[in-house]
Design a protein around this ligand. Structure first.
Ligand code: NG6
Ligand code: CA
Length: 506
């Protein structure tokens, strides 16, 4: 009997052990997506004129990926591809930068990083910049229930801004509602108004303040021009100086409330997008102007999230990833950024909005103590759109058939078990018809036509200005020698591969 009891206990304890083991492969996941941070913007990526001790700590305690890519060189298509695991250029509506009143561009029912993790028992939350649309056809109902939105595509909670800091409405949305809205002062938003008129076409003195700058009609809110037309919602308007702290506070609250379950936090900072308005405690802290100051603010925000994980003893069991939604840009049409000798994407060519590496090769730091080798670097090719397949593999979630079409499970690379990631990768600026950049091995093709936006291409030739471009990134990481004419066979091969990946007729 004693023996039987002993065996029973052993079996029980080994079953319990394996239950615990199964549990422990479900780390918490914090995915931090910074806005417009360039490849060379962090100290650990070589930046000399800013200091990013918290991000450097993340790199030191984990792995720095040197060939990681945002799926697009602008925000909306990157975020959709990250969330859905499918290239935005393959998806119809909303493959370009969305206006602030865009309807949700990810139809409910689409598998997302959040819905996959939720199906595996995770508590899922998003805090920060959303910018993939809200509401049904016709866009969000700002004064009523705003849905569908994050909660309808896999998130349990949301504290977000709809679009960008430079797009109206300048309010936060919590779950389905605008935060702090006075029903007697309803919000009106339009991206089709004429300067100085309200929706009825009447002249409205408040709106005479509207300015048309940099190709956009702008409403002055809190003294700053924002793209689009907005009135009302005065009690709900955010304070730019407090935005970073506000998002951090909600990120910390989410972590605290989720500490007893595996959780997934998508923390999408507004820093360092325009308008760049640091909290006074960061003003003047860098030697390269406001953009440097908000990099410091961003680093501090990451530091608070890391400190929260430490305080709650969650660090060991949390996978933290930090990356950016597109490459860096100095002048994005707002403040005078001065004439500092500062290159946000150094040593890469190009900026946000272009298809050179500076447009879409971004910092990517990953830490998971005991699982990702500390202080390592990896040259594996990977992209944000791989996260759905990768996280699903990590936690044992099933990806429904016909979903997450382009993501590759890069878990072996993420965990330092393999030096290779994806075989190829297609970046775009936005839209569905190109131009495109194709990576395959160390070769890169940039197709001609229409690329880049605004002044983003400053200092570099717009992809539209020349015919096809072919670069050997191994020999020429700065994309300085276009080999298209010298290597017609390679050019042809790359063009053929792009056609094949896009699934279009030649
Ligand atoms: C551009 C805006 C830029 C930025 C960008 C979107 C001007 C001159 N430019 O139209 O400021 O908001 O859109 O950036 O207004 S993104 O990172 O969200 O894609
Ligand atoms: Ca961006």
């Amino acid at each position: 009997m004693k023996q039987v009891l002993f065996t029973f206990c052993c079996v029980l304890s080994s079953v319990w052990g394996s239950v615990q083991a199964a549990e422990s492969v479900k780390p918490n996941i914090v995915f931090i997506l910074a806005d417009d941070i360039g490849y060379g913007d962090l100290s650990c990526q070589g930046a000399k004129h800013v200091k990013t001790p918290n991000l450097d700590r993340l790199a030191k305690q984990g792995c720095r990926f040197t060939d990681a890519h945002s799926p697009a060189s602008t925000c909306t298509p990157t975020r959709r591809a990250f969330l859905t695991g499918t290239y935005s250029w393959r998806q119809k509506a909303g493959s370009s930068i969305a206006p602030g009143d865009a309807a949700l561009t990810i139809p409910p029912g689409t598998a997302t990083v959040a819905s996959l993790l939720k199906s595996a028992g995770y508590r899922t939350g998003v805090v920060g910049k959303w910018h993939v649309g809200l509401g049904g056809e016709g866009g969000p109902e700002w004064n009523a229930e705003i849905k569908p939105g994050p909660l309808e595509i896999g998130f349990d909670s949301a504290f977000i801004m709809a679009a960008t800091g430079d797009r109206v409405p300048t309010v936060y949305v919590k779950d389905h509602r605008v935060v702090g809205l006075d029903p007697n002062d309803p919000i009106q938003v339009s991206y089709r108004q004429k300067i100085g008129t309200d929706p009825t076409g009447e002249e409205n003195p408040e709106l005479l303040k509207l300015k048309h700058t940099h190709g956009h009609d702008k409403t002055i809110v809190n003294g700053i021009g924002r793209i689009g037309w907005m009135s009302g919602g005065k009690s709900a308007r955010w304070i730019d100086e407090e935005m970073s702290d506000t998002f951090v506070k909600h990120a910390v609250e989410f972590i605290e409330a989720s500490r007893d379950r595996p959780f997934f936090l998508f923390f999408a900072t507004h820093d360092v997008h325009v308008p760049r308005v640091p909290h006074p405690r960061f003003k003047g802290t860098s030697s390269v102007g406001t953009r440097g100051d908000v990099i410091h603010e961003l680093d501090d925000a990451v530091g608070t999230v890391l400190a929260t994980l430490d305080r709650l003893k969650l660090t060991e069991n949390t996978l933290v990833i930090f990356t950016s939604d597109n490459g860096g840009v100095m002048d994005d049409g707002y403040e005078d950024v001065g004439s500092f000798d500062y290159h946000p994407n150094a040593p890469l060519r190009g900026t946000k909005g272009t298809l050179f590496e500076g447009g879409h090769r971004v910092p990517f730091l990953a830490r998971w103590p005991g699982h990702i080798p500390t202080g390592s670097t990896s040259g594996a090719l990977l992209a944000h759109l791989d996260m759905a397949a990768t996280f699903a593999a990590l936690v044992g979630a099933d990806v429904p058939a016909g979903q997450c079409l382009d993501g590759v499970n890069v878990l072996p690379a993420l965990l330092g078990k393999s030096t290779t990631g994806r075989a190829d990768f297609v970046a775009h600026v936005g839209g569905t018809q190109g131009p495109f950049a194709l990576r395959s091995g160390h070769w890169k093709l940039i197709t001609p036509g229409g690329g880049g936006y605004g002044k983003a291409a400053k200092g570099s030739v717009k992809p539209s200005a020349v015919g096809p471009q072919l670069y050997d990134l191994q020999a020429d990481p700065a994309e300085s020698k276009n080999l298209a004419e010298l290597q017609p066979k390679k050019l042809n091969e790359m063009q053929g591969l792009l056609v094949k990946i896009r699934g279009v007729e030649k």
